[in-house]
Every structure is written in structure tokens, then in C-alpha cells.
Design a protein around this ligand. Structure first.
Ligand SMILES: [Ca+2]
Ligand SMILES: [Ca+2]
Ligand SMILES: [Ca+2]
Length: 446
């Protein structure tokens, strides 16, 4: 646990000042502000107290201000229509609009009541245009413990709908379970300094997209943020069985850090091995294949990709070299694809790769031009199932810890006598023993 704590501390520092400022909100215990309650059987004309809760998040937002906490009781919050009409069949509407901001150190908190599971169910919405379940345009908002499901596509004239759409900044999305949408689970579009923490996105499938079914439903996305904004950070997140990609960072001009996150079986129709969309585990940038002089470096570290339809870790024609440190790719096609683009538009390998494991499947592609060292394919270390405590690909969706932390599984962790222990090189991140190990899970010596 000590190792994890140090890793998180360094991660927060690396994520930049905005993320540092946001961090205390996730651990704040005593809200200085007022506390309100919402329940599925509440009433928006009630007082918003625990004894007389409101019924809707919209009602709560009209009263809650910076520093306040709104608790949601367990149960189902079902939506059947958006909060505005579709102007036409390709317009965008919201079920829920969060447009009221908190402030630095005093977010507005929309939290599950401790030990309870509020479920926001949008599956019965019939609006005939593109739908955002949650549209978060405000900043300094902290959502925690909410399940978000079922945003539909109700015509075939568009690409995807979205579970959560975020254009605000400095928000925290913690222990969010976003799934079974006809589009991306959580989609950052233009915001910066957002932290997505210990959240899951799975089984998303845009079966009515007009380009091609399955082409647009990613688990998590970060796109279109202008240059110069603080990093958006994904930490402790899992993305599985999304029809397109697990994590997708195409077309963004501010940095993204993904760490301690897992992606598997993306690119398939959920629950099957029938091909659907692109199928990258971590798609780290790119601009539709073109060179873009404003590209910035993204970071993917301490993360695992396995059994994705396409690449586990993919540069996606990114113009600059991203950092890929201490990741594990298992059974992807290939595990690391560093296909980048140079200023003349020519294909070239782009990536800084250290301490990574590529095991089974195709190890790598487009490595010419990368800066790669101390990875399994550079070192010639022995690779076999015996190097790991387990190579199981099931059970990765196990329940999280009470604090939202990832389940601790033996899968793809190094065996006690593994030849991959201490074979890495110091990249400025925490490690145990005399050197970093290879892969996503540093051996703790036990
Ligand atoms: Ca796609
Ligand atoms: Ca995608
Ligand atoms: Ca070590």
C-alpha cells in the first residue's frame, strides 16, 4: 500500500497544478457547506433534507452552491425525455445539464449516499436526436458513486450518443460506472484539468451509427481540448467490451495522462467476439492520420491491455512521441503499435517506451523511429506463463474495493522468481528493489 500511495502522490504532481488543486476534493470528509438529499421516491417540492428529499438532480442544482454536498439515495432515477426539445434529428439534447460551477477547493458534490447505488437510467428516452445523459458544462463539480446507463440512439442519422459529456474543467468523476450506452461512456470534449478516478466504462455499442455500427462507442474519450490547458487524467479506470476503443485521445491539443488503468476486449460487439469498431485498448492521440504541428505528448503508464481486437497501446498516427512506461500488453494485435506521422505526412514510429511487457499476440509494430529500451522485446528476457502468477483473462471486472480502488488480482503480476523483476530502468517513477520491474505491476517483494 505504501507503494501505491507514493505512486499516486507522484502522479498528482505530474498531472499538473490544476489536478493538485483538485485532489483535496476527492478526500475531503467534512463538507463545509450545506448537505442535501435526493431520492427516487422524493419530491422536488420537498425541503431537500434527509427526511424530505428532492426527486431530481436538476432541482438540487438550483439550490446547491460551491462547497455543498448533494447525496443520492440508492435506487433508479429513470428518464424518459430530455430537458429541451430536439431542434432536428441531428441536434443534441441533454437529459441532465450540470451548468452550475463550484470553486477551487469547494466543489459542488453530487455523491452516492455512502453504501448505496443510485442508478441514472436513460434507456427509455425517446428523443429523436443525439442525447447526452449528463452534460457537464460547469467546473469544480465532483460526481461520485453514480451508475449511468442506457443512453440510446433513436434514429440512424448520427454517430453516437453519450453517457457523460464534459466540456467543463477541474471536475472529478469518481467511482462512476457508465455502461450500455449507444455511444461513449464518458467523453471529455474541450475541458481541461478533469480527473476521472476509479471509474468503469463497458458494454457500450452504437448500433445505429450512420458511419458504421460500433465505430464510435469508446469507453473513455478525451478530445478537442485547446492547447495550454492542464492535463485531463484517467486513473484507476477500466474499459471493457466497448464496440470501438477502450480509451481514445484522438484530436486533442492538451495532454492526457492515463495511469493504473485496464482495457480489454474492446472492438467487439459487447459480450461477443464479433468484430465491431476499431478495437484499440489505449488509442493515444492522432489527428485522423494527418500531421498536426500543435500535437502534444500524452502519457500511458502502469496500465494493462489484453485481448483487444486491434492494438493494446496505439500511437494512432500521433505526430509526437508519447511516453509509454511500465505497461503490460497481452494478446493484442499487436500489443504496441507505434505508428506515427512526420511533418511531411510520412509514416514513422513515434513513442518513448520503457519497462513494458509485450507477451503473446504480435509483440510490436512500427517500431522504427521510436525511442524504445528496457522493454521485453529489447532485453530478450524469457517470456512464458511461468513468469507470471497468473495469465488469466477472466475476473478483471471483479468488484472494486470500498474506496473504489481496483481489485487486487494475481493476473499478469510477476511471479516471485520472475526474470522480469528489476529488469527495467529508472524513469522517475516509484519502484521497489534495486530497479523498476517490467510491466504494470511492480513486485512488492512478498
Ligand atoms: Ca472508430
Ligand atoms: Ca474511437
Ligand atoms: Ca523492482
Amino acid at each position: 500500500m505504501r507503494f501505491v500511495g507514493r505512486a499516486l502522490l507522484l502522479s498528482v504532481i505530474a498531472a499538473g497544478s490544476a489536478a493538485m488543486a483538485a485532489a483535496p476534493a476527492s478526500t475531503a470528509d467534512a463538507a463545509a457547506g450545506s448537505v442535501y438529499y435526493v431520492a427516487p421516491d422524493g419530491s422536488d417540492s420537498a425541503a431537500g433534507t434527509q427526511a424530505a428529499p428532492w426527486a431530481s438532480i436538476a432541482r438540487a442544482q438550483t439550490t446547491a452552491k460551491a462547497g455543498d454536498t448533494v447525496y443520492f439515495r440508492g435506487g433508479r432515477y429513470a428518464y424518459t425525455r430530455a430537458n429541451s426539445a430536439c431542434a432536428n434529428q441531428t441536434a443534441r439534447v441533454d437529459a441532465i445539464t450540470l451548468n452550475k460551477s463550484g470553486s477551487s477547493g469547494n466543489p459542488i458534490r453530487y455523491w452516492a449516499h455512502p453504501g448505496e447505488k443510485p442508478v441514472f437510467d436513460f434507456s427509455r428516452m425517446r428523443d429523436d436526436c443525439r442525447i447526452k445523459g449528463f452534460n457537464v458544462t460547469g467546473s469544480w463539480i465532483h460526481l461520485k458513486g453514480l451508475e449511468v446507463t442506457g443512453v440510446p440512439q433513436n434514429n440512424n442519422r448520427n454517430a453516437e450518443s453519450w453517457g457523460l459529456w464534459i466540456s467543463g474543467s477541474n471536475n472529478i468523476f469518481e467511482q462512476i460506472d457508465t455502461h450500455h450506452h449507444m455511444g461513449t461512456g464518458l467523453f471529455i470534449s474541450g475541458g481541461g484539468g478533469n480527473l476521472v478516478l476509479n471509474s468503469d466504462a463497458h458494454d457500450n455499442y452504437d448500433l445505429r451509427s450512420n458511419d458504421k455500427p460500433g465505430e464510435n462507442a469508446d469507453g473513455f474519450g478525451s478530445h478537442y481540448t485547446p492547447r495550454g490547458r492542464p492535463a485531463n487524467v484517467f486513473r484507476g479506470c477500466r474499459a471493457w467490451w466497448n464496440a470501438d476503443d477502450g480509451f481514445d485521445l484522438i484530436s486533442t491539443y492538451s495532454p492526457v495522462t492515463i495511469e493504473h488503468s485496464w482495457a480489454w476486449r474492446n472492438g467487439y460487439k459487447p459480450g461477443t467476439t464479433n468484430p465491431a469498431g476499431n478495437g484499440a485498448g489505449f488509442k493515444a492521440g492522432g489527428f485522423g492520420g494527418d500531421y498536426d504541428p500543435n500535437a502534444v505528448k500524452h502519457t500511458v503508464r502502469f496500465s494493462v491491455a489484453f485481448l483487444n481486437k486491434a492494438a493494446g497501446f496505439y500511437a494512432n498516427h500521433h505526430p509526437v512521441a508519447n511516453d509509454f512506461f511500465n505497461n503490460t500488453g497481452y494478446g493484442n494485435n499487436p500489443n504496441f503499435n507505434m505508428r506515427g506521422v512526420d511533418s511531411k505526412g510520412a509514416t514513422v514510429g513515434r513513442g518513448n517506451l520503457r519497462n513494458n511487457i509485450a507477451y503473446t499476440g504480435t509483440p510490436t509494430s512500427y517500431m522504427a523511429g521510436t525511442n524504445a529500451a528496457f522493454n521485453t522485446w529489447n532485453l530478450g528476457v524469457p517470456l512464458s506463463d511461468a513468469q507470471f502468477r497468473s495469465v488469466s483473462t477472466s475476473g478483471w471486472d471483479a468488484p472494486r474495493g470500498a474506496d473504489g480502488s481496483l481489485p487486487v488480482l494475481p493476473h499478469l503480476r510477476l511471479a516471485a522468481n520472475s526474470a522480469l523483476i528489476d529488469k527495467g530502468t529508472d524513469v522517475g517513477l516509484p519502484f521497489n528493489g534495486k530497479a523498476p520491474d517490467l510491466g504494470a505491476f511492480e513486485n512488492d517483494g512478498r
